[in-house]
Design a protein around this ligand. Structure first.
Ligand code: SIN
Ligand code: FE2
Length: 220
């Protein structure tokens, strides 16, 4: 997979979203998901009907402030045994709900714009941040296939994304993310540390008092 220079990305696409490089192979696509936002949220509601929100435990035994669920053949889970991908929802014992077409299509389109061709996600983690919920700096490294990028979609309340370096101690950049923004990272930036500052209280017409994040990945 090759990365095209950011300047050339949308040269022949006047309707393309603003794109900002966060790294050599990391791109913020402002508003890329805006047109599909309502459809994405309807799909989230359907997923939640079959695989309810839950606060997973960390291996250390703490409850995460972010509520999670997911869809696709696989979903990331955490409990006292550690982090892993599971084919079944541990809460219901059933396979995760199918990945909606619109999720896979958006992920492929976003990845393509960032220079990663033919991205086919097999896992979507869905995060719900109530005011005060946060995600501490971490790497996404439980996937078998690190060649595939990560595609992260923000919906609802705004948040500050922490975009760090290759080590935890590197100072993280603060990147405001709003409704419809999409971040893609892969290649040399695949293992960058990242996180989310506590979400501030607010109301968003699309999601009410929460922020929803879709993280689309290739886990196997
Ligand atoms: C994550 O790293 O899994 C979530 C990132 C986000 O909520 O923007
Ligand atoms: Fe992550």
């Amino acid at each position: 997979m090759t990365k095209q220079p950011v300047d050339d990305l949308f040269a022949d696409d006047p309707g393309a979203p603003d794109a900002f490089a966060l790294g050599a192979q990391a791109l913020l696509l402002r508003g890329l998901a805006l047109a599909q936002a309502q459809e994405l949220l309807r799909c989230v509601a359907r997923v939640v009907h079959d695989a309810p929100w839950r606060h997973m435990a960390t291996p250390g035994g703490q409850s995460m402030s972010v509520a999670m669920t997911g869809c696709g053949p696989l979903c990331w889970v955490s409990d006292r045994q550690g982090y892993r991908y599971a084919e079944r929802d541990p809460l219901t014992g059933r396979p995760w709900p199918a990945m909606p077409e619109v999720f896979a299509r958006l992920a492929r389109d976003a990845a393509q714009r960032a220079g990663f061709a033919d991205f086919t996600p097999d896992a979507c983690l869905i995060n719900r941040y109530a005011p005060g919920a946060r995600m501490s700096l971490h790497q996404d490294r439980d996937e078998r296939d690190l060649a595939a990028p990560i595609v992260s979609v923000s919906l609802g309340l705004p948040a500050v994304f922490l975009w760090g370096g290759a080590t935890r101690s590197e100072r993280a950049q603060r990147v405001p993310l709003g409704h419809g923004d999409v971040v893609v990272w892969g290649g040399v930036d695949r293992l960058r540390y990242h996180g989310v500052l506590p979400v501030a209280p607010g109301q968003h017409p699309a999601t009410g008092d929460s922020r929803i994040n879709l993280t689309l990945r290739r886990a196997r």
